[in-house]
Write a protein that binds this ligand. Structure first.
Ligand SMILES: Cc1ncc(COP(=O)(O)O)c(C=O)c1O
Length: 486
């Protein structure tokens, strides 16, 4: 909450606060909530004194205080107005500095606990990276599903063994031209979501005990996979806009025997970072020198705020060392669980692992996604969504600037739908999560995104739900909680 300087100076000694200060504070809250916006008139002194049952002198004193603090301006013969306030855009967090040694991972328990409570339906959802149903082409997909089920009554019931439905693999091969990759349908293995794709690829290239280099902070699903496979994570310093630091990665490769890397080069989670093309080229060269495989998680690559989408790192790979993974969970339908991998050199191993782990990906879902891709809805759909997410990002960053204490930092992504927020150091993200849930708001605490639960004063906020007063109010409440805890 943007509290006027002289009001804020009073600190938590609310009981001792003068009545006029309390009036001023309440008015600030109403302005922050948007009840009175910049340029609008606040109630007359007489009206407010009647409404709030305080004396005219008290209201006058409160208005003068707010005028001195630059929140209100008095216009002769007209009354008091809310001033235009320029909220400085918060700075970005610094490049991360995780511990330099490989470590066992310990996030499954805490991640499951947080995510279970975050899923309650009545909650304001600023935690999950699942697009709101309004943002998905649900009606169109349902129509396609109904038509297929009518036409092909066996579609729901038969196996479609790995590598998956040929027609879907052909559509995906065509879509991958947008990423700069020319791959054949036979290079592709269909999976149950991107999570399975990454898991299969990790199992194909590494064994328990092996060291896997990841961005820091990184997606907890990747950490959970590393944990469940008994591997170790090496968290590498990462820039909030450009992604993993190649200098730090090079140093890490000199010091440790890294078996593989798992990175999200386009709109990473939780940073939203997007690696510049030049870095992608250098990354491929660096890893190729030591023949280290890269598992590229490109799940958010299509969600750039402006077209064209970034090239995949795989587009620079000449040695088959990049195992590309993605899915339609963030664009079409998370519940359909349709993902894929282009595993390069590990094509046969991955296909075999897919077969022994889940046998097949459901046929009907594969046919529905194939139908959607084939009939030309996907590009139009992306064109429609790009400005929506861009605007949601902008509004959320502005709300953070207005409602959170100065010193709060936030990333400025150019795609995806996550923001990484650095709160004042005293704020504990788990406690913040507890208090936010009590108030019906779900957030993701920072420690979920680190193998050893670093980032205790960070949170991740998502903007996958349509902007509304309820969302704005939730951000106001989070800002107020941060003020209290800082
Ligand atoms: C970076 C990243 N990879 C993978 C996944 C999991 O994707 P899927 O639902 O397709 O398995 C997510 C989901 O949030 C994600 O953010």
């Amino acid at each position: 909450m943007q509290v006027a300087k002289s009001v804020r100076r009073q600190g938590p000694a609310a009981a001792a606060e003068n009545l006029y200060r309390r009036v001023a504070r309440r008015l600030i809250e109403q302005i922050d909530k948007g009840i009175y916006r910049a340029g609008e008139r606040v109630p007359s002194v007489r009206r407010l004194s009647e409404q709030w049952k305080v004396s005219i002198a008290t209201v006058l004193e409160a208005y003068r205080l707010l005028e001195n603090d630059g929140l209100l301006e008095a216009r002769p013969q007209s009354g008091y107005y809310v001033r235009e306030r320029a909220y400085p855009v918060p700075a970005e967090p610094d490049v991360s500095s995780p511990p330099g040694a490989p470590t066992t991972v310990n996030v499954i328990d805490v991640a499951l606990r947080v995510l279970k409570t975050a899923r309650r339906s009545e909650i304001v959802q600023l935690c999950l990276t699942t697009p709101h149903p309004e943002y998905l082409p649900v009606a169109r997909l349902n129509r396609i599903a109904a038509a297929i089920a009518r036409r092909d009554t066996g579609a729901l019931h038969r196996y479609d063994f790995p590598p998956g439905l040929p027609a879907l693999r052909q559509q995906i091969a065509r879509r991958m031209l947008e990423t700069g990759c020319e791959v054949a349908p036979d290079d592709i293995v269909i999976t149950s979501g991107c999570q399975e794709a990454v898991t299969l690829c990790l199992r194909a290239v590494a064994r328990p005990g092996d060291v896997i280099a990841v961005e820091s902070p990184t997606y907890y699903g990747t950490l959970q996979t590393i944990e469940s496979l008994g591997m170790k994570a090496l968290e590498v310093p990462t820039h909030p806009r450009d992604g993993i630091s190649l200098e730090a990665l090079e140093l890490a490769l000199e010091r440790h025997r890294v078996r593989a890397c798992v990175l999200v080069p386009s709109f990473s989670n939780p940073l939203g970072a997007c690696m510049p093309d030049d870095n992608r080229r250098r990354l491929v060269r660096l890893l190729a020198e030591q023949e280290i495989p890269l598992i590229e998680d490109d799940i958010n690559g299509d969600l750039s705020f402006t077209a064209p989408r970034p090239k995949a790192v795989k587009a620079f790979d000449r040695k088959g060392l990049v195992l590309y993974c993605s899915s339609f969970s963030k664009t079409l339908s998370p519940g359909s669980r349709i993902g894929w991998t282009v595993p390069g050199r590990w094509r046969m191993q991955t296909e075999h692992l897919k077969y022994v782990s889940t046998m097949a990906t459901p046929t009907l879902q594969q046919m529905v996604v194939e139908g959607f891709l084939a009939h030309g809805g996907y590009d139009r759909y992306l064109r429609g969504m790009r400005p929506v997410y861009a605007q949601n990002a902008e509004r959320t960053i502005q709300a953070i600037a207005r409602f959170f204490p100065s010193g709060t930092r936030v990333t400025k992504p150019t795609g995806g739908f996550v923001l990484w927020v650095e709160l004042p150091p005293k704020v504990d993200a788990f406690e913040m999560n507890r208090r936010a849930l009590e108030r019906g708001i779900a957030i993701a605490p920072g420690p979920l995104f680190s193998a050893k639960q670093k980032y205790r004063h960070f949170i991740r906020l998502t903007f996958t739900v349509p902007w509304s007063e309820r969302v704005e109010q939730a951000l106001f409440t989070l800002g107020r909680l941060t003020h209290e805890m800082a």
